[in-house]
Design a protein around this ligand. Structure first.
Ligand code: ADP
Length: 508
């Protein structure tokens, strides 16, 4: 009988269910957006029940359209937005509060407080992360302190915490399993990155009841068997955080190989091999995956607002009707005419880690048009990604600006492999190649994250024997070569850095 794989990809803005053949060719997919809640400035929430309803609707539609029977599905893989915290009641299986999303900044003050109390070095040493609201631990602590339902569930031992992987596994198994996957657990700020186990000192510091935390499993484990209509008894056999799944999908298996994903945020990850190495300044150290008992690690740089800047133009400012429209508008101009947009809506990530930075639009004149704003937003995605590349090479934009040295380009990579929704924008990809002075290779399969976790599930269930067998799969590429003169690139970057300096600390 022909076998198939199903990947659930629970992203920040939408849920996807993707069907792959045993050869890992994509056959079909179903996608649906869900509601974003912004109850206060800097707060971002999701409704965990709605996420489940949305995810299961895409899965049911995919199963029905392809007339699949459970015995035809070799395994299910799950990949997901990371760090987002769900709190639910172990008895009723119902969420106790809205999920606090990775972009949410409500714990910025608490992070500042911990830093003042000298806790940053310890947290970084143990977890590879920086003390920023981005990660799950401070969000859990906030719920425990401020949400009456969470507080009371904690007191009565009924509280379950989980990242989205944990929540989806729980729902897929009808509440039978409260587990998480190691690359997801690495983002909670509660897991020791070397031991890959909950760290007692961190769990205590953040005041999280140990019994509320799920069990940590390897990425290719048997996470449970599905109790989902039409998929009863199918093994969930691969799970990874979305960026780790994308790293795997790009087949960055060798130390030094690297990718960038242009989604809601932008995430650049570099495989650093089987031994954990403390990351350079401004970058994160994290687990890439544990497969066949071997843990591999990655360094990561994060842009908190990437494609979301385009969503903001569409939904917030209503400057455009659709994201793809931004391409022609940007191309209608010869240059940016000095207009810069720093989309620090949620503070700044790598290399600045400034939770108090806020968005800024600068360089406006009476000649400024909608096209300038749209172009500046697209360009900001490329500048921020080049800041990530610089951080990987040990130089950060902020350091250079402070020392007022001329911007020195020290990006070592010659090619960058990329994916994600915004990588479909040709203006952005050409501008990225120009600003990096490096070739940008866009994977035409924008479902590389789902592909990555389908690959892990294929290894988990034994459908594919070895990681190296995955290298045979051909993914079509679109290549963008740098064309811009070095002097112009330097000048653009210099002005971008000045704009970023002005956005920093605005909310402090
Ligand atoms: P996620 O998985 O984080 O939800 P996706 O990889 O689906 O994200 O990418 C969606 C993001 O890409 C959105 O923020 C959207 O604004 C942006 N995007 C999609 N298409 C384009 C486009 N043609 N040009 C620019 N941005 C785009």
């Amino acid at each position: 009988m022909e076998k198939f794989l199903i990947a659930l990809d629970q992203g920040t803005t939408s849920c996807r269910s993707v069907l792959f053949g045993a050869d890992l060719e994509k056959i079909d997919q179903e996608q649906k957006e869900f509601t974003q809640y912004f109850p206060k400035p800097g707060w971002v929430e999701h409704d965990a029940e709605e996420i489940w309803a949305c995810q299961s609707a895409t899965l049911s539609a995919l199963l029905a359209r392809n007339h699949l029977k459970p015995e035809q599905v070799a395994a299910i893989g799950i990949t997901n937005q990371r760090e987002t915290v769900v709190a639910w009641d172990k008895q009723t299986g119902k969420p106790l509060a809205r999920a606090i999303v990775w972009q949410d900044r409500r714990t910025a003050e608490y992070c500042r407080d911990l830093r003042k109390r000298g806790r940053e070095a310890m947290v970084r040493r143990k977890t590879g992360l920086v003390l920023d609201p981005y990660f799950s631990a401070t969000k859990m602590r906030w719920l425990l302190k401020h949400d009456p339902a969470v507080k009371s569930a904690a007191r009565s031992g009924r509280l379950a915490f989980g990242t989205i992987d944990s929540w989806l596994i729980y729902k897929m198994t009808e509440g039978n399993r409260h587990v998480t996957e190691v690359s997801n657990a690495a983002r909670t700020m509660l897991m020791g990155v070397r031991a890959c186990a909950w760290d007692p000192a961190l769990v205590k510091m953040f005041g999280v009841p140990r019994a509320a935390l799920p069990e940590i499993l390897a990425s290719d484990s048997l996470f449970g068997t599905a109790d989902f209509p039409g998929l009863q008894g199918v093994a969930i056999h691969g799970v990874a955080g979305d960026q780790q799944a994308s790293l795997f999908g790009h087949r960055c298996f060798r130390p030094g190989s690297q990718k960038n994903t242009y989604g809601t945020g932008c995430f650049m990850l570099r495989n650093i091999g089987g031994k954990y190495i403390a990351p350079p300044k401004g970058l994160l150290g994290t687990v890439a995956w544990t497969i066949r008992g071997r843990t591999e690690y990655a360094h990561e740089g994060a842009v908190l607002v990437g494609g979301a800047a385009i969503q903001f133009l569409r939904d917030g400012l209503k400057l455009i009707d659709s994201a793809p429209e931004s391409e022609a508008l940007a191309e209608s101009l010869d240059g940016n005419d000095g207009v810069y947009f720093v989309p620090a809506f949620a503070g700044l990530g790598t290399p600045h880690w400034d939770a108090e930075a806020r968005g800024l639009l600068i360089g406006l004149t009476r000649g400024t048009t909608r096209a300038h704003v749209v172009r500046a937003a697209l360009e900001s995605i490329a500048y921020q990604s080049q800041d990530l590349c610089l951080a990987f090479d040990g130089g950060s934009a902020s350091r250079r600006t402070r020392n007022a040295r001329p911007a020195k380009r020290s990006i070592s990579i010659k090619t960058l492999s990329v994916d994600g929704g915004a990588s479909r924008n040709s203006f952005l990809m050409q501008f990225q190649a120009d600003i990096l002075g490096a070739e940008v290779r866009v994977n035409e399969s924008t479902e590389i994250t789902a592909l990555g976790v389908a690959m892990i599930a294929a290894l988990g269930c034994g459908l594919i024997k070895e990681k190296k067998d995955l290298l045979r799969l051909k993914i079509p590429l679109r290549v963008f070569k740098p064309k811009m003169a070095a002097a112009r690139r330097r000048e653009l970057i210099r002005r971008w850095n000045r704009a970023v300096e002005r956005a920093k600390g605005w909310n402090a």
